[in-house]
Design a protein around this ligand. Structure first.
Ligand SMILES: O=P(O)(O)O[C@@H]1[C@@H](OP(=O)(O)O)[C@H](OP(=O)(O)O)[C@H](O)[C@H](OP(=O)(O)O)[C@H]1OP(=O)(O)O
Ligand SMILES: Nc1ncnc2c1ncn2[C@@H]1O[C@H](COP(=O)(O)OP(=O)(O)OP(=O)(O)O)[C@@H](O)[C@H]1O
Length: 557
């Protein structure tokens, strides 16, 4: 098998390579503290040959020391540890207790993640945004000790799953929370904002049966179920459609709402350390003045802006402006345009539940619709991939059942259908067929199923924005620069958590969709209709939003 990291046929035998002279050179010119990742250099096959992947990670199998690694974060399916000095992380899979997989299965799973990133997501989103990393095999003793060391730092709500300590396999990736944007950068502070934007469109499929799904986006509906089930304490004002609108006012509102109620949609890191964002529902309430204290040196470096509420507001405003600008930037091509998802395939551009649109409506104004995201920006590309969900889960589910029936009859065909990979060029090519004319074949059903899985992946990925202050004359740099009022930042944008959603999750998606819509329709909409008239009679509530979304000259729509 020609897998990365020199896996020979007959089974995975990947080793963490020793640090050679080339890696040592990369180390010297790398990130803070001398990292093993070569910043500013996209992790492309051309810049980093697949057949010789080891040394640039700067890891030595014989010298893996758990004390050099610290807990960094985790989601539902993986746990990430970061190296204390180097710009590198290890991403381990997690499983429920007693549902362990074999080493071979884990290796294959991880290799699939790498292949999917390389052959599909890099194609859609663009070379520079996607970091695929590689599979590494670590000493089992190191993994066991590491697991013990970090256990106390894990949020309780994530401990229903255990880190895989048996296979020794993990993904090695650049630390995107510390990724410097330029290879010769030295010891610069770095700020990193991670956003999980979720689904940015309202379904346009004619298969949708619930009228509510044409009016209110899934995120906003799901919020109510999440609060009812105790996952989060309060409803967020964030609506993904505002963020994806390309309209600066709406984006500004969306980002501020994320800052107010971060849930698992926003995290901020300073020099690789989490300084803002919820670990779980029990995390303390957002403290903007504490955040502003961290951010002030970035945005007001030489200005003695007094602390206090005025300072806090000024700093937060700068942060939100910079993030908005970065999100709207980008010239990276990618092949998302190849999907040709035209304007005919769009649902409503405004979600009726977004407090921003509600507030405008109650003042008799129309919500500014999408100004249109620039085609090169990551949000635009991500949205295009999300829209591969052409039929909505309601239209998709019967097609999934068709594939299932076929597989029940011909189980050996599972491999040919590439349900579990390989996620190669052929897999990618089939995703480009956007026809929705069902000819009754398994081939049609399979294409839609695979497109749906890819779309769901894009609906659940995260965007990492790394900002480092520019110290010198920016004209001498090759990096993209974003200005703020009192400083300038070199920035990089990356996307993470691009693991293809499993085929098996489709029935769960179908059930969850029904649950979300039913809960929203029965409980919230009925209540909402009753209180709407009184709630928005309060003119202060209405104008508050608009005054707060003031933008600097030149930024107005
Ligand atoms: O279904 P959703 O929209 O709740 O998304 C799940 C996420 O919940 P969220 O709503 O973002 O808090 C969920 O995130 P959390 O565990 O809640 O942080 C996962 O990302 C899950 O993906 P997977 O099953 O681990 O691959 C996500 O499941 P998928 O639907 O993407 O499979
Ligand atoms: N390459 C990276 N560099 C820095 N931080 C990372 C990297 N990859 C992941 N992380 C951090 O680890 C966290 C968990 O990773 P990830 O989102 O991939 O987990 P997951 O379990 O797959 O997520 P989900 O819950 O969506 O299934 C992220 O939110 C992010 O903060």
């Amino acid at each position: 098998m020609a897998a990365s990291g020199g896996v020979a046929s007959g089974g995975p035998r990947l080793r963490v390579r020793r640090l050679g002279p080339a890696a040592a050179a990369a180390d010297r010119r790398s990130c803070r503290g001398g990292g093993g990742w070569c910043p500013g250099e996209p992790a492309t096959p051309s810049s980093r040959p697949r057949e010789a992947p080891g040394p640039h990670w700067g890891m030595d199998e014989g010298k893996m020391d758990e004390n050099e690694w610290g807990y960094h974060g985790e989601g539902n399916k993986s746990l990430v540890v970061a190296h204390a000095q180097r710009c590198v992380v290890l991403r381990f899979l997690k499983f429920p207790p007693n549902r362990k997989k074999t080493s071979e299965e884990i290796f294959q799973h991880l290799q699939n993640i790498v292949d999917f990133g390389k052959n599909v997501m890099k194609e859609f989103l663009g070379e520079n945004y996607v970091h695929c990393g590689e599979v590494v095999q670590l000493p089992l003793e190191f993994v066991k000790q590491l697991c013990l060391k970090i256990q106390c730092e894990r949020p309780e709500s994530r401990c229903d799953k255990d880190l895989d300590t048996l296979s020794g396999y993990a993904l090695c990736l650049p630390n995107l929370a510390r990724l410097q944007t330029y290879r010769f950068t030295e010891h610069r502070p770095i700020l990193c904002v991670e956003i999980k934007p979720k689904c940015g469109f309202i379904p346009f499929s004619s298969d949708v049966t619930h009228e509510m799904k044409h009016k209110v986006c899934r995120y906003c509906m799901h919020q109510h179920l999440k609060v009812a089930t105790g996952k989060w304490k309060q409803i967020s004002k964030y609506c993904p459609l505002d963020l994806y609108s390309g309209n600066k006012q709406r984006m500004y509102f969306a980002l501020k709402s994320l800052l107010q109620e971060a849930q698992n949609n926003l995290k901020i890191f300073k020099n690789g350390e989490l300084i803002y964002g919820c670990k779980d529902a029990r995390s303390p309430v957002a403290d903007w003045s504490e955040l502003a204290r961290h951010l002030k040196p970035f945005f007001f470096p030489s200005n003695g802006l007094a602390s206090g509420p005025h300072c806090t507001r000024a700093v937060i405003r700068e942060l939100v402006r910079v993030i908005t600008r970065v999100l709207l930037s980008g010239s990276d091509k990618g092949r998302a345009g190849a999907l040709r998802l035209g304007p005919g395939l769009r649902g409503p551009l405004v979600c009726e539940a977004s407090p921003f649109s509600r507030s405008l409506r109650c003042q008799g104004k129309n919500t500014p619709e999408r100004s249109g995201l620039p085609k090169g920006c990551l949000l635009y590309k991500t949205l295009q991939v999300q829209m591969l969900d052409l039929l909505d889960i309601e239209g998709l589910y019967p097609l999934y059942r068709r594939v299932e029936r076929y597989l029940e009859e011909f189980p050996e065909e599972r491999k040919t259908l590439q349900i579990d990979g390989p996620y190669d060029e052929a897999f990618y090519q089939r995703l480009l067929d956007l026809s929705t004319e069902d000819d009754g074949t398994v081939a049609f059903a399979l294409t839609k199923v695979q497109q749906y899985r890819v779309a769901m992946t894009a609906k659940d990925c995260s965007i990492m924005i790394a900002l480092s202050p520019c110290l010198q004359d920016a004209s001498s740099d090759q990096r993209p620069i974003v200005p703020s009022s009192r400083s300038r930042f070199a920035f990089s944008v990356s996307v993470l958590d691009l693991d293809l959603k499993p085929y098996e999750s489709i029935p769960h998606q179908y059930k969850l969709d029904g649950k979300i819509v039913n809960y929203y329709s029965k409980t919230v909409h009925a209540k909402d209709a009753a209180v709407m008239s009184t709630r928005f009679k309060d003119s202060e509530d209405c104008t508050l939003v608009l005054h707060k979304v003031g933008l600097p000259p030149g930024d107005t729509e």
